[in-house]
Structures are given as C-alpha cells and as structure tokens.
Design a protein around this ligand. Structure first.
Ligand SMILES: Cc1cc2nc3c(=O)[nH]c(=O)nc-3n(C[C@H](O)[C@H](O)[C@H](O)COP(=O)(O)OP(=O)(O)OC[C@H]3O[C@@H](n4cnc5c(N)ncnc54)[C@H](O)[C@@H]3O)c2cc1C
Length: 815
C-alpha cells in the first residue's frame, strides 16, 4: 500500500505519448521519439523491462529478409546496435559475427540474388560466396547440398535484454519517463480526442497511445474496441554444453541460417545454439480466448524436444561438432506473429492517435528500425521508408482469430522456406469473394489475395500451374495472350475488391477539394484522379472520383487501401462541414470491359448511347446492362477503350454471364491482374504503394499534372511546393532485360555507384519492352539518360523514357 501510494504520487498524469509495453519495441519507440525531439513520453511496463518475449530471444539480427522495406528496418537496427553501448553506456553484448544464409537449390539462390540487389539499394554489406569461403568462415560445416551462401557482414547477435535496456536508458537520459511494475488496465477515449490510460497506479491523459504490448497486443487493442491480428507461437532454441572445437578459437563462426535445418545455429560463447522452426505439430503459446495471464512474466513453456528433434538432428548433420556436446539449456518461449509475418506499425483502423507497434516475430532484429520509422510517422506525419506493408490497416475484420491462426502457422513453418514471387498458399483462404468467384474459378482463374479479397491473377485455360520464378515463366505467354485479347478484341475483368465510398452533402465538393491535390470534377458525370496528401506533402492515397450530382461523389481506391483511405476521409472532416462519408465497398461489384470491341459488345446489352459523342472518356452514367442498373464509368487503367460497370453485388453474375455470352461473337477473354500490371506499365501509370508512397511528394513522384495550384489551398500544398528540391524523382524506364524483368527493390547503378532503386516493373506485351519505374536523383531523370539496373545479379541497360511506351496520346481510350 505504501509502495502504491508512493508510485501514484510519482506517476505523470499527462504525457504526449503513452507507450504500453517495455519490450524491445516499446523501448526502441521511446528512444527514437526522444531522438526525434519528443520526450514527453511515458512508457508503462507491467513487470520489468524485457519480461515479455524480449528477454528470452536468441538475439540474432539478420540483414537478410525477403521484403525490401523490411530489409531497411533490419539494416537500420544493424547500424544502431553496434553503437548503442557507446551511445547509452549500457552493455549490449553485440557480437558482429555476420551471417551466412545457405542456398541449397536454385530457387534459394535466385532469392539471394534478389536480396543482393536490395543490399546495394539499401547499403548493407552482402556477398554471395561459394563453398571455399563458406568453409573458411565456418570450417565445421558439412556442406552437402549447399550451392552458395549470402555472407552478410554488418549483422550479428546481441543480448536482447541489453539492447532493450540500452534503448530504454537512452530514452530516459533524453527525458522520457519509464514506469515499471504498473499495468495498464483500460484505455478510454475522451470527447476532445485525447486518451485516458487507466493503470494500477492511476490515470494518465495522453495525446497519443501506442500498443507495444507484444503477446498482449490483442488484449490492449480490445480495450479500445479494435483488433490486433496476432497469434503467439511457441518457439524453441537450445544451448549446448561447451564445444571443445570452439575453445581455442578467437573468431566466432557467423550466424548460420539453413533451410535444410529449417533453423539457425551459431556460437554462444564457447557453446552451440540451435533454433528451429518446425513444420508440423505447431503450438500456439496461448489461444486468443485464453491469452497470457496478466501476471505472466519471464514465462517459458515446457520443453518438447521430441517435437523439434528431427530438426536438431539436421542441425547436427550440418555441424557434427554439436553432436557430442549435449544440451545445457532449452528455451521454449512465445513470439507474436501476424498473418503476413510483417510487424504492425502505424495507426489502428478507425481510431485517431492510437498506434500499433507490435506483431513482430523478429523483434530484436527489427526493434531498432521499427522504433525509428514509427516515431517519424507519429511525429512528422510520414516516415522515410515506405510503410504501406507495415500499416496495421492492411488487415480488416476478415483477419479474425481463425484466419490469423491459419496464416501464422503458415508463416511460422515457412520461416526458412523461400517463397517465389507470386507464390500464395491456400491457408486461411478464401475470405472475401466476389459473386463471380465460382464462375471465374470454373473458367480457370488463378486467384491472388489482396486485403482478404480473392482476385484473378491470370487464367489457366489448359490446366497449367504457374512455375513461380524470378524469371519469366510458363505464364508469360498466357499473360501475353490476355493482353492481346484486350488490345485486339475485348477482355473482361472482375475488380470487385476496389474500395468504394459514397461522399455526399452540401459541403462535399469543398471538402474534397480541401483534402486532395487535384480538383474534383466540376461537371456532373465527370471523373478525375485525385491524391490524398499528408500535411507534410507526402502521398497517402490515390482515388478516382466521379461526380454523381452537385452534392454527391463516388470515390474508388485500391482494395488494400480501403481502411487507410477511409480513415483519411473521415478524420479530415471538420466539425462544421456538412459531409457524409460512407464505405460502400461490400455493396457494389465491379466488372471491367476493355478493348476496341467493348463498345460494340456492350451496345448489344444496353439501350444507352455509348457513342463517343454522348458517352465521353472520363465520364460516368447510370445505364442498364442486360436489364440490370449499373453505374458505368468510361475509364481505363489498361489504355484501351473500355468501361467499368459498378453494380449491386446481387446482379453481378447475371451481368457477367450476359456479357460473356454476347462477347463470344467478339472473341472475349477473361484477364487478370498480371495482364493489368503489364498494361499499366505500358501506359506509364504509377501505382499506389509502389511509386505513390508516403516517402514522396507529388512532384518527386513526377505527378505535377495532378496538382491544381489554382486552388487557394489543400492539405499538403505548401509542403509539396517547398520540398520540390529534394533529390528524388520517379522516372520511367525502358530496360534491356532478357528473361527477367525488374520487380522492385533492384538497384539503379551508374558505374559502381548506386543512384536509386526500382519501384516496380513488368514486361509490356503490346510494346514488347521490359519496363520499370525507378526513384533516382533529378539530374538522372532527363529523357534519354541511360544507366543500369541489377536484375538477378546481371547488369541491364535502362533508358529514361519521355512518354508512355504505349499510346502516349491516349488515342485508343478517346475513340
Ligand atoms: C525462443 C525465442 C527466440 C527468439 N529469437 C529471436 C532472435 O534471435 N532474433 C529476433 O529478432 N527475434 C527473436 N525472437 C522474437 C522476439 O523475442 C520478439 O519478436 C520480440 O521480443 C517482441 O518484442 P515486443 O517488444 O513486441 O514484445 P515483448 O518483449 O513481449 O514486450 C511487450 C511488453 O508489454 C508488456 N505489457 C503487456 N501488457 C501490458 C499492460 N497491460 N501494461 C503494461 N505492460 C504490458 C509485457 O509485460 C511485455 O514486457 C525470439 C523469440 C523466442 C520466443
């Protein structure tokens, strides 16, 4: 009682930021907020710092990870950790052992070549080395079935508690406050937008709250009525008794990572350490309905050596010197995992100033970078790296407990399995389906998953199965055929996953013009492309807006942006603005009909006048197709004559079947998103989350056409103009590729210097060119400028194009 009273007196009652959880994520965030200038931060930990997952981690910090943006997070941590001790005075036991990731087949080698490209773009040290170097670095390794390895030299391993405590100390030394042995028991919103954080030691009022509660993130999210799609997995590693062969060595072996073992192994002082990711009999640490008890701290689960022994045996096959050492210690602890294996970093959907900093399954490796980039986002409105794939709003209500568990089990068991581009497993699917799903499936559709939606990627007309690859593969020609069908005849596509919003009210036009860079259409029936910006001028979203009436608009955006754009739309509303924003995504489906014969085809099914004189490009009308009312938008993302038909979901199948039947006379074909990507590259259309990201302003993204400077103001206007001098520019490239096209993340090289990075790319089947977008300094952006791109380890010439590779005058869409 005396203790409680003293604590209550000491606790701050107000803080700009309250962080719930003192593991590596919370501590890193507190530290980086302080480094960015915000020290009015209160971190609350229910037990001791690190007492969740962090203390028992093995402490490895690999440079290598499959995602380009996540690799940036890892790279930052690996730059920070070796310096943390001198920066903070706290011992972190950093071992700069480097890492060796073994490649045991061609797929793994191709993956390493892709990541080698990332290493050049991002700037971490990596080489692909052969057996001689592998043997020199680790003379104890059995290299059967090893082809090569990635040798990374900036990484290593540290003491997780030391790293966490160092960042906590750094934060404290800069002025942040840390309260231990205090639990957050409730979080309530206040009418003025602030949060009331109720703790065992009293209540704190906060402008922003951050959920950094690790395995408890679900419970914290539930306090504010939202969800954290996390399943906590049990994970083992063992430490051996001292290994005699290590006794006299002065150099540590690198941290080894190996798909054959499905795990990692390394030296732990003079002992061995082996951690494995088993493929079957996976165990949740706690089921969501029986989450960890609040009292739980420094908790380990009973060992299950039988479960992991097949993998330990493989590790010993690789490292026979571990075989006789015997096991000294077994750790079986909990790791939070998300459905796609990436952390949750960013705002919680539908809530203002409630942030997520959790869901990391490699939290030691990622903690430093997660804290840095989330702090930037919280304080400055955007981060220096593309945060789209970490934004918690990439998951919606579809990511329920069952879905999350299925995906997490997949993620866990494939931790050391190399997944090839485009490869998507069936686990947890299907979640959200268009009414056309069974019809298209029967016609050969191969679906991919976006924001839970099943969307056709391509159509297998002869039963072939995609041989996923970094190079052009056995669907290259199939996609070419789909493109040719759209280009020469007519194609049909299901884009029901589009996010759709009805925006209405007397102030709707003024409101939209206030929050987007372009001007929304003035005329009823007009369609325009508009962009949502942060106050700092960075790109948040892209929407197609149709004016339905003087006071009614229909906005469309990417499927994956549904909750993010909804948040921008609703959170931008001012109290005195008479505007209603409604998310109508689930109510309407979208059928796209594209190609030179699309008008003739649709004319057979509608009495409406589709002529160019009456129904012009970039306009919309309500018409009937096959007797069903549809909102027809004459727009095209593929550069051909065409219409998007937006219809109530229950009429989708009838409309599709009528078009399909009538389309037989015109040689109609189904097409999918691979073909769309090829055609949008040919049109030079930049994509949200690839080129149009929170890293860039509209001018840097080379989108000046979509800024209306005649408007007195719009969110981000001043910053857009002020930042025009930053040395970044998106350019459009013709790439001299052979059988592998750029995908994103590949370095752009001028001689030996890396001058930029590819943001996306694809082969253009109508122009027979390999095309890409890249971000480079503006003095490399002039049309005709040539440089090179490293694709699969090969240098490929690239030339800046002045105009879209296909139909630069839009003549095919205007007819
Ligand atoms: C065996 C094992 C080995 C691992 N090895 C590695 C590795 O080599 N490399 C790597 O990168 N990762 C590794 N990990 C994963 C790593 O441990 C986690 O990803 C990381 O620790 C997660 O950090 P966190 O801060 O999100 O969570 P935590 O460390 O769990 O921190 C969350 C904190 O929130 C506190 N909290 C929760 N609820 C409340 C509340 N209501 N009020 C106040 N406080 C609260 C908890 O007490 C806890 O301290 C390993 C994990 C395991 C199990």
């Amino acid at each position: 009682m005396v203790y409680l009273f003293r604590s209550m007196k000491q606790m701050k009652t107000h803080a700009r930021v309250v962080i719930v959880g003192g593991g590596i994520m919370g501590a890193s965030l507190a530290y980086h907020l302080a480094l960015e200038g915000c020290t009015d931060t209160l971190l609350i930990e229910k037990n001791e710092l690190t007492s969740g997952s962090t203390w028992h981690a093995a402490g490895q910090c690999p440079s290598i990870t499959g995602s380009y943006n996540l690799a940036k997070i890892h790279a930052y941590s690996n730059q920070l950790y070796p310096r943390l001790e001198s920066l903070t005075g706290q011992y972190v036991s950093w071992h700069p052992a480097g890492g060796l990731r073994l490649a045991t087949n061609d797929v793994e080698l191709a993956w390493l070549k892709q990541i080698y490209g990332y290493s050049k773009s991002i700037g971490f040290n990596m080489e692909i080395v052969g057996l001689d170097v592998i043997k020199r670095l680790n003379p104890f390794l059995t290299t059967h079935n090893v082809l090569a390895a990635a040798w990374t030299t900036d990484d290593g391993h540290g003491d997780p508690s030391g790293l966490c405590n160092a960042m906590a100390k750094g934060a404290r030394d800069l002025g942040a406050t840390i309260v231990r042995r205090n639990r957050v028991v409730d979080i309530r919103s206040r009418p003025n937008g602030e949060w009331e954080v109720v703790t065992l030691q009293g209540t704190v009022i906060a402008e922003m709250v951050v959920n950094a509660a690790g395995c408890y993130a679900r419970q914290i999210a539930a306090m504010v009525g939202t969800q954290a799609p996390i399943t906590n997995m049990q994970h083992h590693y063992i430490v051996t008794h001292p290994v005699p062969e290590f006794a006299d060595r002065t150099i540590e072996i690198p941290v080894m990572r190996d798909s054959y073992t499905s795990g990692y192994f390394r030296q732990e002082q003079k002992s061995g350490l082996i951690g494995v990711y088993e493929h079957s009999d996976l165990r949740e640490a706690w089921t969501p309905s029986g989450m960890p008890a609040w009292e739980s701290a420094n908790e380990l689960f009973p060992d299950d050596l039988e479960r992991i022994s097949p993998y330990l045996e493989r590790a010993i096959e690789r490292m026979p010197i571990f075989g006789d050492a015997g096991i000294r210690r077994v750790i079986n602890g909990a790791i939070p995992h998300t459905p796609d294996g990436a952390p949750l970093l960013g705002p919680a959907a539908g809530l203002e100033n409630f942030w997520m900093c959790c869901g990391t399954s490699f939290g030691i490796a990622q903690g430093g970078g997660c804290g840095k980039y989330l702090a930037q986002w919280m304080l400055h409105g955007s981060a220096d790296i593309n945060m789209a794939e970490f934004d918690p709003r990439r998951f919606g209500p579809f990511a329920d407990e069952e879905y999350t568990r299925a995906k997490v089990f997949l993620d866990y068991r494939t931790t050391f399995t190399t997944r090839r581009p485009g490869e998507e497993e069936p686990d947890g699917r299907p979640q959200k389906m268009s009414p056309l799903y069974p019809t298209l499936l029967a016609r050969g559709a191969v679906h991919g998953e976006t924001f839970g939606w099943e969307r056709p990627k391509w159509f297998s007309l002869d039963g072939r199965i995609e041989d996923y690859s970094y190079r052009r593969n056995n669907v290259f020609e199939v996609v070419g055929d789909e493109v040719r069908a759209v280009h020469e005849r007519v194609g049909i596509l299901d884009l029901t996953g589009f996010a759709k919003y009805d925006i209405s009210g007397p102030d709707a036009e003024a409101y939209l013009n206030r929050i987007v860079a372009n001007r929304v259409p003035r005329k009823v029936g007009g369609i325009g492309l508009v962009h949502l910006l942060s106050p700092g001028g960075r790109i948040l979203g892209e929407m197609t807006v149709t004016r339905l009436a003087v006071d009614r608009f229909y906005a469309l955006s990417a499927a994956a942006a549904e909750l993010r754009d909804l948040d921008v739309l609703t959170q931008s509303l001012m109290p005195d603005e008479a505007v209603s924003v409604e998310n109508v995504t689930g109510r309407r489906g979208v059928i796209v009909v594209s190609g030179p014969r699309s008008r003739e085809l649709l004319a057979r099914l509608t009495g409406a006048d589709l002529s160019n004189e009456v129904f012009r490009w970039l306009t919309a009308r309500d018409i009937t197709v096959a007797g069903h009312p549809v909102r027809a938008l004459r727009v095209s993302y593929v550069g051909e004559l065409g219409w998007e038909l937006h219809a109530p979901v229950d009429s989708m199948t009838a409309i599709y079947e009528a078009i399909w039947a009538a389309g037989q006379a015109f040689g109609i074909a189904n097409y999918g998103l691979y073909a769309v990507n090829s055609m949008r590259m040919e049109k030079g259309y930049k994509a949200w989350a690839a080129e149009l990201t929170n890293e860039l302003t509209m001018l840097e993204a080379d989108m000046p056409r979509f800024i209306d400077l005649t408007k007195p103001d719009f969110v981000g206007k001043a910053a857009t103009l002020a930042q025009a001098a930053r040395p970044l520019k998106i350019v459009y490239l013709d790439v001299d590729a052979n059988d592998a096209d750029a995908r994103g993340g590949e370095p752009v090289l001028e001689g030996e210097q890396c001058i930029g990075v590819v943001t996306s790319g694809a082969y253009g089947h109508r122009v027979n060119k390999s095309l890409a977008f890249a971000c480079v300094p503006p003095h490399f952006a002039a049309p005709g400028r040539a440089f090179e791109i490293l694709i699969q380890g090969e240098r490929r010439a690239a030339t800046v194009l002045a105009a879209p590779a296909f139909d630069p005058d839009n003549s095919r869409m205007r007819v």
